[in-house]
Structure formats: structure tokens, C-alpha cells
Design a protein around this ligand. Structure first.
Ligand code: SF4
Length: 273
């Protein structure tokens, strides 16, 4: 990408973001659920060490009918952006039908997935929908060893990488969701290179939370302030086209560490342009 083009895109991106922020603050004030994330299942085929989820087999999940009704209600309430998440959303028995229901309501759809469960028929169905904004795939390292150690499943890295290529071939917009933690922070540079090689935009998410039952074990994987500062400085110093969601001017110098803590406790991610 040439420099001029990149700068122009950055300018347009910043303008678009500020329009979105403006809309979001107006809809917030009017209690309109502009953007909603739905966890459609608690099931997952991976067993990540840091996962907050507690599987409860007795807990009943929402039926397809109820989810489709809910999507209609959200549309009526003013929702425009819907994210399907989990667990692993593709494990919901009616995942494709739910995506089709989102398309019928003309909502922009994002999917958060671990990327291991996309079959060719599912990819074909998704590529026929015209409302998919992006598919965010969680990656936990720059190589199979780190990623598979965190997911607890050998082969998950290559399955995910392979499926990303299939999704890209189908013309779907993919983003990496880099879950940054102690185990992979040393691979930051390689993770950025991987995204560049695969021509995938990425978000960095350092937020690790306790389990649903209050167990704080996952927090032992969370980055410490000094690591967070290293991550921020890496992007600021390397001009990788990555910026905090909010204005850079809101953190600088000695305020960085405190600001990072506040941002991460609010779940704010770093976004690539
Ligand atoms: S992929 Fe996500 S939901 Fe599944 S085990 Fe890992 S962190 Fe939990």
C-alpha cells in the first residue's frame, strides 16, 4: 500500500469513527441499543486456560425461535449492529439460520469465533449473505505451540489458520482478535507480522476476566502494567497503523500506565486501521 493511499484511508477511517462515536453517544442518551452482542451458546470445542466460561449442561440455551424473535425486537428498538458470540457461536445447531435471520432484519453482522468450526458449506452460506461486516477470529499466539498450549487443543492453530484462508477466498472480511496475555506477549512482533502476511486487520484485547463463578484463576494470565505499556509503546513507536480506539491525546508520558489500566478495565481494545 502506498503512503498517500494509507494516509488518505486513515483520514477517512478517523472521520468514520468520529461519526460513529457521535451516533453512539446520541443513541446512548436515548437508550437505543445501536450495537448488541449476543452470546448464542455457552458451548465451545476448545478449552482455553484463561476462559471465563463455566459449562453448565443443565442450563438451557435460547431456542432458534427465541433468538430470531429477539433479533426482530432489537431491530424494532433501533439496533443496527449485531455481534454473534459464544462460547463458540458456530456450535449453535442453528447458527446459519440465525445469521440468515440477522440478514433479513438488515442488521450489520459481526461474528466472534475461534475459527476452528467453519465448514465449506457454512462458509458458502455466509458468503451469500450481504450483511456480514466482519468475522473476528481469536488467535492466542504466532505459532502452533503457543496457540495450542493456550487453547488446550493440539492442531487448533492450523485448523484456524486454514479456515481463515478459506474465509478470505470466499471474500469475507476477517479480523484477528489477539488475546494478549503473559504467555504470548513476547510474540507480539510475530503476531503483527502474521497479520501482515495474511493481510488481516487485527485488534488486540488484553482483557482477561474471572470465571463466571468468581474463580480468579484466569487473572494469573493477564498482562501486568509493564507489559501493557510495552504493547502500547510498540505500536506508537513502530507506527504500525494501530491506535487506541479513543484519541491518542488521552494518554501520554507518565499517565500511560494508569490510562492503560483504565482502558483495559473498560474492555477497550487497540484497533488497527
Ligand atoms: S475459544 Fe473462547 S469460549 Fe472457547 S474456550 Fe477459548 S476463550 Fe473460551
Amino acid at each position: 500500500m502506498n503512503k498517500k493511499c494509507s494516509q488518505q484511508e486513515k483520514g477517512e477511517g478517523a472521520g468514520f469513527n468520529s461519526i460513529l462515536e457521535d451516533i453512539a453517544s446520541k443513541t446512548d442518551r436515548a437508550f437505543i441499543p445501536l450495537s448488541v452482542l449476543l452470546e448464542i451458546t455457552r458451548l465451545c470445542n476448545l478449552n482455553c486456560r484463561h476462559c471465563y466460561r463455566i459449562e453448565n449442561k443443565r442450563r438451557k440455551e435460547m431456542s432458534r425461535h427465541r433468538i430470531l424473535m429477539l433479533i426482530g425486537e432489537l431491530r424494532q428498538a433501533g439496533c443496527l449492529f449485531l455481534t454473534l458470540s459464544g462460547g463458540e457461536p458456530l456450535l449453535h445447531s442453528f447458527f446459519v439460520e440465525i445469521c440468515q435471520g440477522v440478514a433479513r432484519q438488515n442488521l450489520a453482522l459481526q461474528i466472534f469465533s475461534n475459527g476452528t468450526s467453519f465448514s465449506r458449506p457454512v462458509i458458502k452460506e455466509l458468503s451469500s449473505l450481504n450483511n456480514i461486516f466482519s468475522i473476528h477470529i481469536s488467535l492466542y499466539g504466532a505459532n502452533a505451540q503457543t496457540h495450542d498450549y493456550i487453547t488446550g487443543q493440539k492442531g487448533s492453530y492450523y485448523k484456524t489458520i486454514n479456515n481463515i484462508s478459506l474465509l478470505q477466498e470466499a471474500g469475507l472480511n476477517i479480523r484477528f482478535n489477539y488475546i494478549m496475555m503473559k504467555n504470548n506477549v513476547n510474540e507480539l512482533k510475530d503476531m503483527v507480522s502474521l497479520a501482515e502476511r495474511m493481510r488481516v486487520r487485527f485488534d488486540i484485547d488484553p482483557l482477561i476476566t474471572p470465571r463466571d463463578n468468581g474463580d480468579r484463576t484466569p487473572l494469573s494470565f493477564a498482562l501486568e502494567d509493564k507489559d501493557l505499556e510495552t504493547v502500547y509503546r510498540y505500536f506508537l513507536d513502530n507506527s504500525k497503523g494501530v491506535h487506541p480506539v479513543r484519541s491518542k491525546s488521552r494518554f501520554s508520558g507518565t499517565a500511560v500506565s494508569e490510562d492503560i489500566r483504565r482502558r483495559t478495565s473498560n474492555g477497550v481494545n487497540l484497533l488497527s486501521n
